[in-house]
Design a binder for this molecule. Structure first.
Ligand code: SF4
Length: 278
């Protein structure tokens, strides 16, 4: 500020009429006095060094200075900032807590992939946290996103019937998805999104320790098995998976469109029941 004042006097001495500073000398002096008094009072009220406060004051002045000189801030910058505040820091999924509740809380604050943009809420998983049987789908749909619970729409109701036909209740098993946020327009999750979210699922499996994991549908089965084999080739077979046995079968949504495929799914569930009894 002092430098600016000197420069102003220098311009005046040289007889330069067109002053490039947007204030008169008087306004400038007033501003200087105001700034000094703000710094003095802030120094009094805090333990910060006057130099730190002076630098903060300089920063806070920048916006109004720019406006005064005609270089207006882009209002879209403010919007973008509001949408993407500092809290959107990345969650380190390599070191997740050994506790499902804590994992769930981390997931609810997760912005690690673009799917966070379209979610109403995250859908972590529900059911028995000591279940021997776990069902894994690919991702939440509209109903799940609204309710925060996996498999609650039409396909979910069919899954409930399948579970009951096995002599179990939903509360006896654990149900979740690979991705915890709803993909836009119910599309399948992209491989990158699945990769980002998988550590949460692997932690769920590690903590729950199910005897059997049933992968529901092509997307879930192919991603978990790192295979591009058609679901019709891999369904009804057990594969080793992170200490559990994984069995792929058709997705309940597929069964709603193809009721004749209910029989093969029932055959797969009979294999699961047999394995659970061992
Ligand atoms: S889908 Fe998974 S990784 Fe992506 S934002 Fe949601 S919780 Fe995070």
């Amino acid at each position: 500020m002092e430098k600016l004042l000197r420069y102003l006097k220098y311009q005046k001495a040289l007889g330069i009429k067109e002053v490039i500073v947007p204030w008169s000398e008087k306004e400038l002096k007033n501003k200087m006095q105001k700034t000094s008094s703000v710094i003095a009072s802030a120094t009094k009220q805090s333990n910060m060094a006057p130099s730190v406060i002076a630098s903060a004051a300089k920063q806070s002045h920048r916006g109004s200075d720019e406006t005064a000189t005609g270089s207006r801030k882009n209002p879209r910058d403010d919007k973008a900032f509001a949408k993407d505040p500092v809290s959107h820091k990345r969650i380190n999924t390599q070191n997740l807590p050994e506790d499902l509740k804590k994992c769930e809380s981390l997931v609810s604050q997760c912005f690690n992939c673009a799917l966070h943009k379209g979610r109403t809420q995250t859908v972590f998983g529900t059911g028995n946290t000591k279940a021997e049987l776990m069902f894994v789908g690919e991702g939440p749909g509209r109903d799940e996103d609204l309710k925060g619970e996996p498999f609650v729409g039409r396909a979910g109701k069919l899954l409930t019937k399948i579970i009951q036909a096995m002599g179990l209740e939903r509360k006896d098993v654990y149900i979740c998805n690979i991705v915890k946020c709803r993909p836009p327009n119910n599309r399948a999750p992209l491989p990158k999104e699945e990769e980002e979210c998988t550590p949460y699922l692997l932690k769920q499996i590690e903590l729950i320790k199910p005897k059997i994991v049933v992968a529901l549908g092509t997307s879930a089965a192919q991603f978990l098995l790192k295979s591009d084999a058609p679901i019709s080739h891999i369904r009804g077979k057990f594969f080793d998976f992170h200490g559990s046995k994984l069995l792929p079968t058709f997705h309940p949504a597929y069964l709603l469109r193809n009721p004749n495929m209910k029989r093969p799914v029932w055959e797969d569930m009979q294999l699961v029941m047999k394995e659970l009894k061992k």
